[in-house]
Ligand binder design. Structure first.
Ligand SMILES: [Mn+2]
Length: 268
């Protein structure tokens, strides 16, 4: 049995199938965890969701910003060019209920290596301990369970720019979601700089993992997606980026947690 984490699929179903072949994925014994952004931009988002639901006993995923966008469309707008086939699918209710239950953070402990892996779409800011992050992910999950319509109407926007434990209600939930699903660069105080999307550092801002790495214990690792222009390069062996821009013509990447081996397939 092995645990694999897969980077941003974004509707690239053919490449996902090639990657599963490459890793010899066996849904009866292996576990597959998606680092978010299963859907949108790519042409076969509905097939990716069908695969996840069909294999739901061996598949887990964290929500990415594009998955939130799909949830928003399902509950509010129902119109989008790129996600048309998903929104018109007879399986839409299944997609909805499966996506709604996904967390923002997954923790996997590997017995053999005694390593712990925290998986979230964009990462974890240094402002949170791993215990905080788990608790804050649960707050969003609870809200998606009990109040998704209002939550989804209130998650859009780049403010508040900085986390505070005093934040309440939708401002609080929006900020948690922005850190977990959209973060790239942070100010020195930990404030989000959401309009910077390249991988090049800018004065006054650092890539989130440069700060978070100081918090991690010897056996702790973080796996994230979201940042295609980084092409997986953090230069750290305990904070690993898996978004290698498949939907942009580059490649789809997975990591096997047991030995940290990376697997890639090229965009077809
Ligand atoms: Mn993303």
């Amino acid at each position: 049995m092995a645990h694999y984490v897969v980077g941003d699929v974004q509707g690239c179903y053919q490449e996902l199938q090639s990657l599963l072949k490459k890793i010899n994925f066996n849904s009866n014994k292996d576990k597959l965890i998606f680092a978010g952004d299963l859907v949108n931009r790519g042409s076969e988002s509905e097939k990716v969701l069908n695969f996840c639901i069909k294999n739901k006993n061996s598949v887990r995923a964290v929500l990415g910003n594009h998955d939130f966008y799909l949830l928003y469309l399902i509950e509010h707008e129902k119109k989008d060019k790129s996600l048309k086939k998903v929104l018109e699918s007879k399986n839409l209710n299944k997609y909805h209920s499966w996506l709604k239950k996904l967390p923002l953070l997954i923790e996997v402990k590997i017995k053999e290596s005694k390593q712990t892996y925290l998986i979230s779409h964009a990462g974890i800011p240094f402002l949170w301990t791993s215990k905080d992050a788990k608790k804050l992910s649960k707050e969003v999950t609870e809200s998606l369970k009990n109040d998704s319509y209002n939550l989804l109407a209130n998650i859009w926007g780049d403010t508040p720019k900085i986390w505070s434990s005093k934040l309440k209600k939708y401002k609080r939930l929006r900020t948690i979601i922005n850190y977990f699903t959209r973060m790239r660069f942070l100010g020195e105080d930990g404030s989000l700089k959401l309009d910077l999307k390249s991988s090049k550092p800018k004065k006054g801002y650092v890539r989130w993992f440069e700060q978070t790495k100081k918090n991690l214990k010897d056996n702790e690792n973080i796996i994230f997606g979201h940042w295609a222009s980084l092409d997986g390069k953090t230069n750290l062996d305990n904070i690993i980026g898996l978004d290698t821009g498949c939907v942009w013509g580059n490649k789809l990447t997975a990591i096997r947690l047991e030995d940290k081996k990376l697997f890639h397939v090229k965009k077809k």
